[in-house]
Ligand binder design. Sequence first.
Ligand SMILES: NC(=O)c1ccc[n+]([C@@H]2O[C@H](COP(=O)([O-])OP(=O)(O)OC[C@H]3O[C@@H](n4cnc5c(N)ncnc54)[C@H](OP(=O)(O)O)[C@@H]3O)[C@@H](O)[C@H]2O)c1
Length: 205
Amino acid sequence: MKIGVVGAGGIGGTVGTLWAKAGHEVFFSSRNPEKLTELVTTAGANTQAGSIAEAAAFGDVIFLSVYYWTTDEAIAACGNIDGKILIDATNPYLRTDGNIHRVPGASSGLELAAKLPQVHVVKAYNTLPTATFATEHHRADPYALFYCGDDPEAKATVDRLITDSGFAGVDIGKLDRVIHQEPGGVLYNHPMLVAEAQKHLPSLM
Ligand SMILES: NC(=O)c1ccc[n+]([C@@H]2O[C@H](COP(=O)([O-])OP(=O)(O)OC[C@H]3O[C@@H](n4cnc5c(N)ncnc54)[C@H](OP(=O)(O)O)[C@@H]3O)[C@@H](O)[C@H]2O)c1
C-alpha cells in the first residue's frame, strides 16, 4: 500500500518505518524534507521523503501525526485528498505558557472529519506512546491498538496496516466513539492485550 506520512516526527517516523519494513511504500514529509535523510536511510528501501503535498498526493492512505495546533496548516498543505483514507494519530493538546495542556471537550478525530467530509477518517495509532510502537511491535501476544471510523472499507484497510505494524487492531465502532480513545478516555494511553481490550468494549456502547 502507498502511505503518505504527514508529520514524520516521533510517531510518524516510527510507525512509517514499521510499515516500510512490512513492505509498504512510505513517503515521509516535512516542511523541511532535507532533515529526513537519516530517517529514510534507517527506514530503508521502501521509503522516500519530500514535501507534505507530495506525500499527500502519493498516499492512498495519509497518516496524520502533527501537533493538534498545527492540524489546519498541515491539512491545507496536503491539497485535495478527497476519497483517501486519513489515519488521525493526533491528540488534542495545546501548547500554552511553554506547557502542553489537554483541550477539554475537544476531539481531533471529530473535528477533522467535519473539516474533511469527503475523506475517510479513521482514528488510530494515538493511544500508545511512541516508545511502545518502537519497542513492542510484533510481540507474540500483541498489544491492542484501538481504532474507530465511519467507513467499513477504510477501517478494514487500517486494521490490516495495524497488523502489519505488529499490533492487533480493536475496532471500537463509529467515529462518534472516538472520545473513548482520545485523551481522558478509558482506552487512551493504557497498553493492554487484546483480551483485556475487548472487555472494555461493551461499556462503550
Ligand atoms: N509522542 C507520542 O507518544 C504520541 C503518541 C501517539 C500520538 N501522538 C500524537 O502525534 C502527534 C505528533 O506527536 P510527535 O510526538 O510525533 O511529535 P514530534 O515528534 O514533535 O513531531 C511533530 C511533527 O509535526 C510536524 N509539524 C510541526 N508543525 C507543523 C506544521 N505547522 N505543519 C505541518 N507539520 C508540522 C513536524 O514536521 P516538520 O517540523 O519536519 O515540518 C514533525 O514531524 C501529536 O498530535 C501527538 O499528540 C504522540
